[in-house]
Design a protein around this ligand. Structure first.
Ligand SMILES: [Zn+2]
Length: 169
């Protein structure tokens, strides 16, 4: 067992942390909550441009705004947000979305957290540079406005349950 795999295994054995086998896999843990990175990934920012992904009706309407800390990541955050019909961007009302380049240690959802949604929409912090799939991380954290985790495994765009899986891979 490689040291990486061993480390991933050990982390997987921890409470509320489920890690994928892919290097750089990231994990979301807890309700309302954080996303944990298995290992750091390159800080390269993928080229802008909305991904083709389905959209899903949110249970109720919510608003958000992107703070200056997310400069450079706006299009990817909007891409993630766009999956939720009923979630709209504003200039200063609704959930404030902040970005940071390191782990979100204060999420109370485990270690190596790369995203957190406190209080089901009170505020969101994203470490987009540590996410294997930054728009999907944003979609996942926005999803915590309404939903908890569906199951463990790699997130996908194909369903609400897919978005709300634990791993950002
Ligand atoms: Zn989560």
């Amino acid at each position: 067992m490689s040291s990486l795999n061993k480390r991933l295994f050990l982390l997987a054995a921890g409470a509320a942390v489920v890690l994928g086998v892919q290097p750089g896999a990231a994990d979301a843990a807890g309700l309302g909550d954080g996303t944990t990175a298995g290992s750091p990934v390159a800080a390269a920012r993928p080229s802008a441009g909305p991904a083709a992904h389905p959209r899903f009706q949110a249970p109720n309407s919510r608003q958000y705004y992107i703070t200056a800390s997310c400069r450079g990541w706006e299009s990817q955050i909007r891409d993630g947000a766009s999956t939720w019909i009923g979630l709209t961007e504003t200039t200063g009302s609704g959930t404030p979305v902040s970005c940071q380049n390191g782990y979100v240690d204060s999420c109370n959802a485990g270690s190596r957290i790369i995203g957190c949604n406190w209080g089901s929409g009170q505020r969101i912090t994203l470490a987009m540079n540590l996410a294997p799939n930054p728009p999907l991380l944003a979609a996942h954290e926005f999803g915590h406005d309404w939903y908890g985790h569906s199951s463990s495994g790699c997130q996908d765009w194909n369903s609400v349950a897919g978005i709300m899986k634990t791993l950002n891979c």
